[in-house]
Ligand binder design. Structure first.
Ligand SMILES: [Zn+2]
Length: 156
């Protein structure tokens, strides 16, 4: 939902990183990497440019409508909440792990947990992170002047 400091876009043809050669990604992406949380880095070589532009546009529109917009990342949320218990995305038990854990966090989900697929589980973890944010139950990674990632409170 934000670009790395100093960039106006992710186009290789634009010289917006000419005077300030860009880092591998945004500050919080580098912090996630140090924590062992894999993610796609936001830079001009990204393979998810279209998704990033979509996120930027959604943020712009929602902000214009008066909403406070935060960036969250379900994989980071899950790893912070459940640590090494989180199965790899491709693991056979991955979906059942999510279906077991989500109703513990969001009791209202229990009656419809069988309808959840992976994207809706991720959406539910994102919504839960937003809920934690509203209750001061989160920390933020990264540089506020560039863009932050909201995550559940980190262990002290
Ligand atoms: Zn540019």
């Amino acid at each position: 939902m934000t670009l790395p400091a100093g960039l106006c876009c992710l186009e290789e043809s634009c010289e917006c990183d000419f005077y300030q050669p860009q880092a591998k990604g945004r500050q919080f992406e580098l912090e996630l990497s140090k924590m062992g949380v894999g993610c796609f880095f936001t830079n001009k070589r990204t393979i998810i440019r279209g998704l990033i532009y979509r996120g930027l546009e959604l943020k712009r529109r929602l902000t214009k409508m008066g909403f406070e917009v935060i960036e969250v990342y379900p994989y980071a949320t899950k790893l912070i909440l459940f640590g090494d218990q989180v199965p790899r995305r491709v693991a056979s038990g991955s979906l059942s792990f999510h279906k077991e854990k989500l109703p513990e966090l969001i009791p209202g989900l229990a009656p419809c947990v069988d309808m959840l697929d992976r994207p809706s589980c991720d959406a539910a973890f994102n919504a839960y992170t937003g809920y934690l944010y509203s209750k001061n139950g989160t920390d933020s990674l990264g540089d506020p002047s560039e863009g932050t990632l909201i995550v559940p409170k980190l262990p002290r």
